[in-house]
Ligand binder design. Structure first.
Ligand SMILES: [Zn+2]
Ligand SMILES: [Zn+2]
Length: 261
């Protein structure tokens, strides 16, 4: 068994055995870097090499949707990207912590599919930095929902884990179940922007029992990865229909616009 598999099995056991079990297993299995096998001092850390390889999004980026520019000359009027100029999103502003490249995938895919839930705290710390302004003005944090079927298969919603970690860090209220998927949507993976928008049309709604908690509020939508923004747009539209005053978006990673690469 490779060290990561052993550690993963150990973490699952530790989760089952509770905190006492986790402490005992941590002694047996040193924590490893979030994206490789190198031992680190504490769970949820990146080793020095992986930290260096991580592409944090810094200026220049689109003022509206946060998509990174390779150089400032790519910004259009009002420092917007081509998409925001022609098809303004339903949200007011979005920020992303990392460029979604191969290195970010090493961190985000195990977080999504392989029980590496300790990644949430690390990502939340990075997101809290880039999203400090959005967090300050947010009345409530709301994660992008998973459909019930997918939630059962994965056992947790990675966006909700991020929202909970961010809420703790920024001392903001969080509504983990404000949004729901009305119907399952196929993976948006390889689809084009127009197809993504069509697929997400009416796929997300505010839970009636939560509508009063978003009406008149500034909502900060939280997700792990933003690609075209179709999902964030569908969520923002549902929240606006429920009366949200403003919807912003904070994500761990952003897929760069291929036209800007
Ligand atoms: Zn590493
Ligand atoms: Zn943009």
């Amino acid at each position: 068994m490779r060290l990561t598999e052993l550690a993963r099995a150990g973490r699952r056991l530790a989760g089952a055995a509770g905190q006492a079990g986790r402490v005992a297993l941590d002694v047996l299995l040193p924590p490893t870097c979030l994206t490789c096998d190198v031992p680190v001092e504490a769970p949820g850390q990146l080793c020095a090499e992986c930290f260096r390889a991580t592409a944090f999004i810094t200026e220049p980026f689109c003022r509206r949707c946060g998509v990174p520019f390779v150089h400032a000359g790519q910004a259009g009027p009002a420092r917007l990207c081509p998409t925001c100029l022609t098809h303004p999103p339903a949200f007011a502003a979005a920020r992303a912590a990392l460029r979604y490249d191969a290195q970010a995938k090493h961190m985000l895919l195990p977080f999504k599919h392989a029980d590496r839930t300790e990644t949430a705290r690390t990502l939340a710390r990075i997101m809290a930095g880039v999203g400090a302004d959005l967090l300050r003005s947010a009345d409530v944090l709301v994660p992008v929902p998973l459909h019930r079927q997918r939630l059962t298969a994965r056992r947790y919603n990675q966006a909700a884990l991020l929202a909970l970690a961010l809420a703790r860090l920024a001392a903001r209220p969080v509504l983990p179940d404000a949004l729901r998927r009305v119907r399952p949507t196929a993976a948006l993976g390889e689809r084009g922007a127009a197809e993504r928008i069509a697929l997400m049309e009416g796929a997300i709604a505010v839970r009636p029992a939560r509508a009063a908690r978003v009406a008149g509020r500034t909502v900060l939508l939280i997700d792990d990865v933003m690609t075209s923004g179709a999902t964030a747009n569908a969520c923002a539209r549902a929240l606006a229909e429920a009366g949200a005053r403003r919807v912003d978006v904070l994500v761990a990673a952003r897929v760069p616009d291929p036209r800007l690469d």
